[in-house]
Design a protein around this ligand. Sequence first.
Ligand SMILES: CNc1ncnc2c1ncn2[C@@H]1O[C@H](COP(=O)(O)OP(=O)(O)OP(=O)(O)O)[C@@H](O)[C@H]1O
Length: 163
Amino acid sequence: MKRKVYTLIFVKKHNEVLLGLKVRGFGVGLWNGFGGKVETGESIHEGAKRELKEESNLNVNSLEHVGIITYEGDPCQSVVHVFTTYNTAGQLKVSEEMNPITWYKFNDIPYQKMWPDAKLWYPYMLQDKYFVAVIKYIGAKISETFITPCDANKIQTVFKSMV
Ligand SMILES: CNc1ncnc2c1ncn2[C@@H]1O[C@H](COP(=O)(O)OP(=O)(O)OP(=O)(O)O)[C@@H](O)[C@H]1O
């Protein structure tokens, strides 16, 4: 079975993270990082940079790969590669996909208006701790989870085996 491959990028500064409210498509009405499907012919990093630009107008040189989330069951079977960055260039702008775009303090993340799995792995992402997660959904509800911290070398090995 071929899984859809997605990227999810979190722009961070000090104790704040940039989130956008999804105004169309998958996860509409929920706050999320920036990202989308990796397209044929582009690398996962290229896809991540393109989506960040399309959705927020921000440019980024280097992204840190901090997590891999595998989603089982509904709403779809997918792999999401999670990246963070502290370094962006350009003027932040809302887009047709994300509006508004807001800095949220780490202790004020709107988990009640996000995918239900977010609160399980954001603590890792916010602390730049590498992690691997498997989340199984039945309909809109989580039925099983497995989340573990992972050292940076191991996650790179897993990542390379997937690309
Ligand atoms: C189920 N639990 C989940 N929790 C948090 N985030 C999730 C997620 N499942 C998918 N995601 C992210 O949601 C975005 C969808 O993007 P989506 O709009 O479908 O992709 P893309 O921009 O390519 O679509 P267009 O076809 O161009 O509209 C993308 O960032 C992807 O990483």
